[in-house]
Design a protein around this ligand. Structure first.
Ligand SMILES: Cc1ncc(COP(=O)(O)O)c(C=O)c1O
Length: 367
């Protein structure tokens, strides 16, 4: 099976030696404290480091009170749902949307309204609990949202008085150009002083280091952090102090930034391999834009002629997997697209996967 389905980094690039050294330093430094339960908000030194980093990156004034560490950004999404959502509440979100977010919020049975970046629906924003966006190399589309659209959304969020969840795991995986300021940074530029804004920003080491550390963070105004901490208490008491201590060693040394620069060119090469092969083999049936960062290519069936829910079985029969678009659509109705991951497999395997996909499509269309 060639899986183009997951959202996983390239395992062969995992920095095992650096993580091993960081683990040794963490244990030497913290001793048994690294192996205990810890404060629910997270390892104090790592909270302070994230606060300092965000302050430097955005030019704002963030303190540890604005930061809570989580078991991956995924837990941040879950806790936000627990704290902010009541049954039937409205969420304004990009469509398609990250499946993990849809899953996290599903128990509250929210109503979704589509976030239209070119003309945000101000009425929807006024009545929603929060807006959710992944502006940098989104999952599943790989799209980089432009600064004009970010600014328009920020203005509307501020006018409507709602929250904006800015989920940002892919920012460092840039292949061409720079993504520019986050929405959080745009907010801070206009609102100097201690952070007290409506943006709930999520970060993680999963895509730039390794997902297995399960270290993510929420940056938000301090009241929200306190509410999220209460919710986290009953979820897992605290995230792993050990992996937070390891992450601290790596982040303090700036290793995540160095490592992102090592993996980005490899991912770019893989993106090119997949897109080039797809141009040769899949373009009669699908169209796509080449992403300038992240992990995914989002393909749309030309003329909606291929139902990707149906194609999926044909693909599995050819030993290749992708993710059909319907799972990312809150209405579940979009079944004419697919997400392909290019980071996990070598260029040769990606080419093989696309070749298999072409065979699956040919069988599907002539069924
Ligand atoms: C948009 C988005 N948010 C959050 C996550 C979850 O990240 P983590 O591994 O930090 O839980 C992912 C992982 O794929 C993602 O794509």
């Amino acid at each position: 099976m060639v899986s183009l389905a997951g959202g996983l980094p390239a395992a062969e690039l995992y920095p095992i030696a650096e993580i091993q050294a960081a683990a040794q330093r963490a244990l030497a430094k913290h001793g048994t404290a690294a192996l205990e339960y810890g404060p629910v908000e997270g390892l104090p030194a790592l909270r302070a480091l994230i606060a300092q980093r965000i302050s430097t990156e955005t030019g704002g004034l963030f303190s540890s009170a604005n930061v809570m560490l989580t078991t991956g950004a995924m837990q941040g999404l879950d806790l936000i749902g627990k704290v902010l959502l009541d049954e039937g509440d409205t969420i304004v979100a990009q469509s398609p949307t990250y499946l993990g977010a849809l899953d996290a919020w599903r128990p509250r049975m929210p109503v979704y309204k589509k976030l239209d970046w070119t003309a945000p629906d101000t009425d929807a924003l006024r009545t929603c609990k929060f807006a959710y966006a992944v502006p940098n190399y989104s999952n599943p589309t790989g799209v980089l949202v432009g600064q004009v659209c970010r600014s328009a959304l920020l203005n509307d969020v501020l006018e409507s008085g709602t929250w904006l969840v800015e989920d940002d795991p892919y920012r460092s995986l840039q292949f061409e150009g720079d993504p520019g300021p986050t929405i959080l940074e745009r907010y801070v530029a206009e609102h100097p002083g201690p952070y007290n804004g409506p943006i709930i920003y999520l970060g993680t080491v999963s895509k730039t280091l390794v997902p297995g550390l399960r270290v993510g963070w929420i940056v938000a105004e301090s009241n929200i952090i306190q509410a999220l901490a209460l919710a986290k208490m009953s979820t897992d008491l605290s995230s792993s102090m050990f992996t937070q201590a390891v992450a601290f060693e790596l982040l303090e040394a700036g290793f995540d930034k160095v490592h992102a620069q090592t993996i980005a060119p490899v991912y770019r090469e893989r993106r090119d391999a997949l897109c080039h092969e797809a141009a040769l083999r899949l373009s009669p049936w699908f169209e796509w834009e080449i992403p300038v960062g992240g992990m995914f290519v989002w393909m749309r069936a030309k003329g909606n002629a291929i139902n990707t829910d149906e194609l999926y079985q044909f693909a599995l029969d050819e030993n290749v997997a992708f993710v059909p678009s319907s799972v990312f659509d809150f209405s579940g109705e979009d079944c004419f697209g697919m997400r392909l991951n290019f980071t996990r497999n070598s260029p040769a395997l990606l080419r093989e996967g696309i070749e298999r996909l072409e065979r699956a499509i040919r069988k599907y269309v002539s069924r």
